[in-house]
Design a protein around this ligand. Structure first.
Ligand code: CMC
Length: 455
């Protein structure tokens, strides 16, 4: 990281200098840490689209060129050659493990796959219809109550124990939430199986019947998890860093990341894509109608699985998944009409000037749901699969933040646009205001009635 000539800004007729930081891939930023104290101004950056919140050595991404590298290694190479646990080690510890290191790492993870039995009892408290992402995030947060011997964020041994526990237990937690939702007995982990096969076994075996995991299925899962393993400062990773910046324990930070991932604009997009493709299919397959709807500003409809904050030419993960999709469906002898719809939709959108001008391309979630369906993963588990994949990335960023001597608690500012100084009015002198409308939506109707009478 070399320091460049400072940037000069003219503010209210005076010049101010800001130090420039250049990354190893020539990305440039200027440091505004002293902006407010020097000038009285702060910056406004809706959605943080122009703000770097940290320096990071984990993942490099060039959205214009469609480049994604974990610790410098292209995603295409990792997708072709690596195992998910190897990639997890790479992301978290910063280098590719030796054979022996990987064996130890795997053995440690294998030995922590079980959940405490009293933690398993928590599943009985959730409604059967609960979304598995809600269960996942709740159980992960609850880990901080059951595994109190690894809550320290300063003791490296405890940190490593928490990391191992999370990587080992997340597949168990996810599969248990699925089994609970369908009313089947939970299937305990089988430590002879590899990471992906073990997860699939817990999902699909029953006490009455074994599930011999097809090789194509565990390989496809391995690929999908690698593709999702990290994506630098996205919404959920930034959430993990933000929660962690307060000194909260790792389980709490990861639980926050799972909640952030849940939304349809982020990891929840894979579920939303499948629901959209199903709707188009059920409605007769008129893809053009949906492309038109996505362009119509009044419709609020978006083409799910399209567009990305940083990729403006193509998402390299989507290119890999599209190829894998054809291969997986063929080897499993699955014909999914939704794949045909997805391809038609992509072809129409990519020729449309709206999508071309706004640089909207299929993202990682456009085709991932179709593969997950072919693997028999239910739609409401898709975002959980994304969380399983993203876990090592979240941990790597949390660790980088936690190990850094320059980390500060995350605390953005705001430009206040509310009322200026206003004084307290006794309730019987208050006039009807816009708040009345808010209260009319209040679930506590009695409150609304009292307010209206008083006014
Ligand atoms: N369909 C139709 N129009 C779109 C879409 C879409 N999928 N995505 C963006 N636009 C339009 C948007 O309306 C805006 O138009 P205008 O400039 O006229 O206001 C313009 O393109 C720029 O979009 P934006 O929403 O300002 O861009 P953003 O960077 O804030 O949002 C995004 C990125 C991914 C949230 C957005 O493209 C989107 O909502 N896509 C659909 C949801 C989705 O697939 N999310 C998964 C992302 S990949 C998985 C992950 O890493 O989380």
């Amino acid at each position: 990281m070399a320091n460049e000539k400072p940037v000069k800004l003219e503010i209210d007729g005076k010049f101010f200098e800001f130090l420039v930081t250049k990354g190893t891939e020539d990305e440039k930023s200027f440091d505004i840490s002293n902006l407010r104290s020097q000038t009285g101004y702060i910056t406004m950056d809706n959605g943080y689209a122009n703000t770097s919140s940290c320096t990071s050595k984990v993942t490099f991404l060039d959205g214009e060129k469609g480049i994604l590298r974990y610790r410098g290694i292209p995603i295409e190479e990792l997708a072709e050659k690596a195992s998910f646990l190897e990639v997890s080690f790479l992301l978290i510890y910063g280098y590719l493990p030796t054979y022996k290191e990987l064996e130890i790492f795997k053995k440690n993870i294998t030995q922590h796959t079980l959940l405490r039995e009293d933690l398993v009892k928590l599943y009985d408290g959730f409604p059967r219809t609960a979304h598995p992402m809600a269960v996942l995030s709740s159980i992960v947060c609850a880990m901080s109550t059951f595994y109190q011997d690894s809550l320290s964020i300063t003791d490296p041994a405890q940190v490593n124990l928490s990391i191992t526990r999370l990587l080992a237990k997340l597949p168990t937690i996810a599969a248990f939430s699925y089994k609970t939702s369908i009313g089947q007995p939970k299937i305990y982990p089988k430590n002879l199986l590899d990471y992906c096969s073990n997860f699939l076994h817990m999902m699909f075996a029953t006490p009455a019947e074994e599930y011999p995991v097809p090789k194509e299925v565990s390989e496809a899962l391995n690929l999908l998890l690698i593709l999702h393993a990290d994506h630098e400062q996205n919404c959920s990773t930034s959430t993990v860093r933000l929660v962690g910046s307060s000194g909260a324990n790792l389980f709490a930070a990861i639980s926050g990341g799972i909640c952030a991932l849940w939304g349809p604009l982020h990891g929840g997009a894979n579920q939303a894509v499948m629901e959209m493709l199903e709707e188009i299919h059920q409605g007769g397959g008129d893809v053009k109608k949906y492309v038109e709807m996505a362009k119509d500003k009044n419709s609020k409809f978006k083409l799910m699985g399209f567009g990305h904050r940083v990729y403006k030419n193509f998402d390299p993960r989507a290119s890999i998944i599209k190829k894998a999709c054809d291969k997986v469906l063929e080897s499993l002898h699955v014909h999914n009409p939704l794949l045909d719809i997805a391809k038609q939709l992509e072809a129409v959108a990519l020729k449309d000037s709206y999508f071309i001008e706004k640089k909207l391309y299929p993202n990682v979630d456009f085709y991932s749901g179709i593969i997950y369906s072919a693997l028999n993963i239910p739609v409401n588990m898709f975002t959980v699969m994304f969380a399983l994949g993203r876990l090592p990335g979240w941990i790597a960023h949390w660790k980088e933040m936690n190990d850094s001597s320059t980390t500060k608690i995350g605390r953005p500012r705001q430009i206040y646009t509310g009322p200026t100084l206003t004084h307290y009015t006794p309730w019987d002198q208050r006039v009807v205001s816009d708040q009345q409308q808010i209260l009319s939506h209040s679930p506590d109707n009695a409150l609304g009635v009292r307010f209206k009478k008083a006014a």
